[in-house]
Each structure stands twice: as C-alpha cells, then as structure tokens.
Design a protein around this ligand. Sequence first.
Ligand code: URP
Ligand code: ZN
Ligand code: ZN
Length: 464
Amino acid sequence: MPILITGGRIITATDDYTADIYCEGESITRIEPCIDPATLPAETECIDAGGRLIFPGFIDPHVHIHLPFMGTNACDDYETASMAALAGGTTTLIEMICPGPTDEPMAAFEEWNNKAAPLAAVDYSFHMSVVRFDPLAREQLRQIATERGIPSFKVFLAYKGALDLSDEDLFAMLTMAKELGIIVTAHCENAEMIDAMQQRLLAEGKTGPEWHEPSRPTAVEADGLHHLAAMAELTGAHIYAVHTSCEPAVRAALDARLRGVNIWIEAVLPHLVLDKTYAEQAEFEGAKFVMSPPLRDKRHQAVLWGALAGRTISTIGTDHAPFNFHGQKDMGTDTFTKIPNGIPSIQERPALIYTHGVRTGRIDLHTFVDACSTQAARIFGMYPRKGDIRVGSDADLVIWDPDYKGTLSVKTSHSAIDYNGFEGWPIQGRASSVLVSGEVQARDGEFVGTIGRGRLIRREPTHF
Ligand code: URP
Ligand code: ZN
Ligand code: ZN
C-alpha cells in the first residue's frame, strides 16, 4: 500500500527541512513541500508527522544474532532480534558470521543466511569472519565476497585459539581484501597479552567479573589496533576498527590515518554510556556488563563522544550479543574468563544515543543520523539505497517523537534475553513509526510488521 507522510521535519546527515514524503512499492518516489492526497491512489495510507522528526532508517553495522560462542549460543533469533531492532528504529542489520576454526566459509555463510532469511523483518547483510585462510577457505571467501554480495570481512585479533588468525594468514587475507576491494572489519585486542594477563589474575585468586577489565587494559586494545594498522599500511587494505573503547585505541587509529592508512573507527553504545563500575557490581551482577573490549574508566567516554562530534569516529553500532544472566552469564560464576561476552542493546541504541548524545548537546542531529545510519551505508556499500532520504532510496524511514518520555526495561524489550543492562534508564525521544521498504513494521515500541519480509541486501566492493 502506498504511504504518504506529511509535515515531518526531515533530518539527514546533511539536510534539515520540512516536506511531504510519498513511498510507493519499496522506494521513496516523491519528496515535495506539499503533496495533495487527492492526487494519490485511494488506498494510500496517510501518516501525519507534524511535530515529528524523520530520519533515514537506522543501520546497526555490528550485531551478533546466531552466535555459537564461549561454549553456548546467543539467545536471540532473527524474529526476536528483528522485532527489537525495529521497535527501536533500526531497519538494517549487518551481522557477523562467526564460524568455528575448522568450518568451511561457504557452509557458514549458508548456515547464517538460512537462519536469517525466514525470520528477518529487517533488511540485513553480513560481515564474513575469516578464521582460517587455507586455499579452500580463500577460494570460498572470494566467492562469498564477489558472488554473494558480502564485500566485508571480519577478523578477530582476540579470542586466542577460537577465532584469532596467525599473522601470516592476516597479512595474506589483507592482501586479498585489497585486491578485491573488500573492507576488513577487526576486533583489535592482542590475544597473547590477554591470555597471559588472565592466567596471572586467576593464579592470584582474582576470579570475579570485576577482573575482566584489568585482564585486557587499554594498552591491549591500542596494541591490537596498531598491529592491524601496520598490516594495512603494508598491504594497502582498507580497515574498520570495531567497538573502539578508549583514548589510546582512538589515538592509535588516528596515528595510522596520519600515516595514510585507510581506517574507519566504530564506537558501540555500551562504551558510550556505561563505564567499568557496572562490571564491578557485587553479587555477580557485574557479569551482565562483561563484554570485550571491556567497559572502561568513565573518562574515555568524553573522548569517544568528542571523536563522534568531530566525525573522527564514523559509526555507532551495538555489538548486540545477548546471553541470559541465568544459565549463560552464570557459566562464569567461579571464573570471569568463562562469562559469555556481550551487552545487548539492539533496541535501545537510537533512544539512548538521542537521549545521551543529542539532548545533552554532545552531538547534533546530523551527526546522530550520520553515525547511526549514513556512514554505515557509505562504508559498507549500501549508499544511497540506504542511509539517506531521497527519491529512489529504499523507503526505510523512522518517524521520531522527540517529546516522548519513558524508561527502558526488560519488560518492553523484544530481545529474548532475561535482563536489560539499561533497566529503569530514562529516555527522551523514540521511534513512533518505522518503515522498512515502504511498509510500517513498528509503532510506538511495538512490532506490527511481517516476519520473513526482510531481504539480504546485496553489496558491491568499493574499497579498492
Ligand atoms: O563482548 C563482545 N564483544 N561479544 C561479542 C563478540 C565480539 O567480540 O564481538
Ligand atoms: Zn568483538
Ligand atoms: Zn562483536
């Protein structure tokens, strides 16, 4: 059914104006100061957006949904993750495919896509993790990137023995990425340092979640970042540092940029609004706040927000990785190294960034849109189909109520997880209607859409 949205204030990464938007089929077909409904098909649905902001659908460039990890499986599927994402205003997800060290890449791609296709209500794509780089894997990775429309790899410098790659393979993989025009996203922490620090702390009887951060301090992340950047400098590959958490890591990335390395920086919601005292809470409560890189000292938040405001940090993702408190996080009751890592926020990201970023004046509305939508579309080869409001773009739109006041809770979260790290947190502003490819999929925090309607978005290599 065609949709006419009238009188909303359209905010993109660059523009701010009031106009009517007409969506027909899956795209935006008209944007004009005033569109007369009498000239439109009788079945057109009209949405009055007076007093509301209209953003391009938000894109989360870093989520985990199907995630076999640390001896367990993340607890969302594409149905619950889609409902949560849409309720918050996120219309496109890029999920990390994380195979085991002996799995074939093509089989992993099929496995992840088979999980997503029947249940996705959001549009989606993947970053393909490279956990082996033998000749068979190399050939399949090339096919996934060029024939399946997945021109971004993921590499883990952390998680020794599970997901990490040798330097020899890392160098060869970056060389191939450069040749194919693929961007390499990377979790930058030095795996050997973490392993040694974990052993030392555990030998000292330091076993609680509060020791997670000391086991991987900021130097570990900065070292990982520098290592990856040096490899990119030599190979010419384009790289994207995921979940950058602290000043030394941002500085290492900037240093690389000054040397001519093509590097983009991602922040994720938890590091922007939570600090390490959350992981230090008593009674194992801190386990809810264990992720990697860990929550840092509060002073790093100002650096991250400042780097966002100056657009040094390009994107804000979530690193949504949901593990229940009961039955999953508590696998690490006696040993913090066994706590499954992740602080989910697939639903909460837009409202929390709006509340703590825009309303506090740390970032403006354009930076909000740029970091939560446009840059992800540009960097990962979906622009201007996604990430903008213009004729011809997908009709992925968020009609935003800037005056809404409410609180976050596990009760109103659509994720399957049994806790909310932001329980009771106040928010101001939320998505009142969310459209994906021309259909309303969420209203006022509720999912009203169609499971299985989401599409795998084919992307093209752009990083030559
Ligand atoms: O703690 C995290 N980040 N969990 C998910 C896996 C990863 O490192 O991205
Ligand atoms: Zn990671
Ligand atoms: Zn992640």
